[in-house]
Design a protein around this ligand. Structure first.
Ligand SMILES: [Zn+2]
Length: 119
């Protein structure tokens, strides 16, 4: 059986438990599979086996990351909304700049007209 290999690791995301309303660790690696690399953003650690995954999830850094995951997701939503607003503002400002450039072009005398004035 061919194995799936990749250079870029997949990002590990905890699962949302609808019963508790909290994010929990769920091993994404199928049994007897070790070719897919996952990276956890708690500390950038990568793992590709269930054993390494289990070890990683017991680290205090990871447990703190999981317990704060919901708040971090909300912060990301706020940040994305903020970025989206900035992008809209940027588009409006780019249009204003283009409009002002056209006005400047129209108000700037061309060299031909200036030469006529010298005569
Ligand atoms: Zn982690």
């Amino acid at each position: 059986m061919a194995s799936l290999t990749t250079d870029a690791p997949f990002i590990y995301h905890p699962e949302y438990d609808i019963n508790t309303g909290k994010y929990v660790d769920m091993c994404p690696i199928p049994s007897r599979q070790s070719s897919i690399n996952y990276v956890c953003y708690c500390n950038g650690h990568t793992f590709n086996t269930k054993t390494k995954y289990t070890y990683h999830t017991k680290l205090k850094t990871h447990q703190r990351y999981i317990s704060n995951y919901h708040e971090m997701i909300n912060d990301l939503g706020t940040a994305k909304s903020y970025i989206s607003n900035l992008q809209l503002k940027n588009i409006a400002l780019e249009k204003e700049v283009a409009k002002l450039k056209r006005q400047v072009q129209m108000l700037t005398p061309s060299p031909v007209i200036m030469m006529d004035e010298l005569d």
